[in-house]
Write a protein that binds this ligand. Structure first.
Ligand SMILES: Cc1cc2nc3c(=O)[nH]c(=O)nc-3n(C[C@H](O)[C@H](O)[C@H](O)COP(=O)(O)O)c2cc1C
Length: 170
């Protein structure tokens, strides 16, 4: 298990995976990390589909170009009927944020147990829902292809804007 700083530095977007499958206990570890994520008012609106059958992987590959040969793909979304609606800031609701924190936990856990992952947002949620037959009340936030890495980080991985552009002290 890595120290948090080492883990945050070690994670990168992996865009090529070895064909070997991911063990069920590692999938369970990733799902457990998802469960531990904080959500607004502890609403836990997240929904996660684990795609590992040939049929499911074919379906997701048919609607997304960024699966990169991963043997497992997590589809992460949220139930719009379960997320928190902020009464002070309508129409804000927390589902997208909740699902993003869940997915971040999953990425970091994957890295900690020797797996690569890539957060993928380049898809049409409607096409993904249709291809997989997902329920109407769910919004899909991210796809997370996961597997044993077969690629190094891209050049973009180490392009950081300077702190003063991003951080302001008041
Ligand atoms: C919201 C979001 C959407 C992303 N969508 C994609 C995507 O569709 N395809 C892809 O290859 N990478 C995608 N990425 C990965 C980013 O390009 C990557 O995180 C960034 O370039 C930094 O590189 P690193 O993750 O290796 O540090 C996405 C990342 C985030 C946070």
């Amino acid at each position: 298990m890595m120290d948090f700083r080492d883990l945050a530095a070690a994670r990168y977007s992996c865009r090529k995976f070895k064909p070997e499958p991911v063990e069920d206990n590692k999938i369970a570890d990733i799902l457990n990390a998802a469960k531990l994520a904080p959500t607004a008012k502890n609403g836990q609106p997240q929904k996660i589909w684990v795609l590992k059958s040939k049929e499911a992987l074919e379906k997701i590959n048919s609607v997304c170009k960024c699966i990169f040969g991963a043997p497992v793909v997590f589809v992460v979304g949220y139930d719009r009927e379960r997320d928190w609606k902020n009464p002070l800031m309508p129409p804000y609701h927390s589902g997208e944020t909740d699902a993003a924190i869940v997915c971040t936990h999953m990425m970091l856990e994957a890295c900690d147990i020797g797996l690569g992952s890539c957060w993928v947002g380049f898809f049409s949620a409607d096409e993904v829902k249709k291809a997989l037959g997902l329920p109407e009340n769910v919004t899909v936030t991210a796809l997370l292809p996961v597997g044993y890495p077969d690629a190094e980080p891209s050049e973009r991985h180490t392009l950081y804007r300077d702190d003063p552009e991003i951080v302001e002290y008041m």
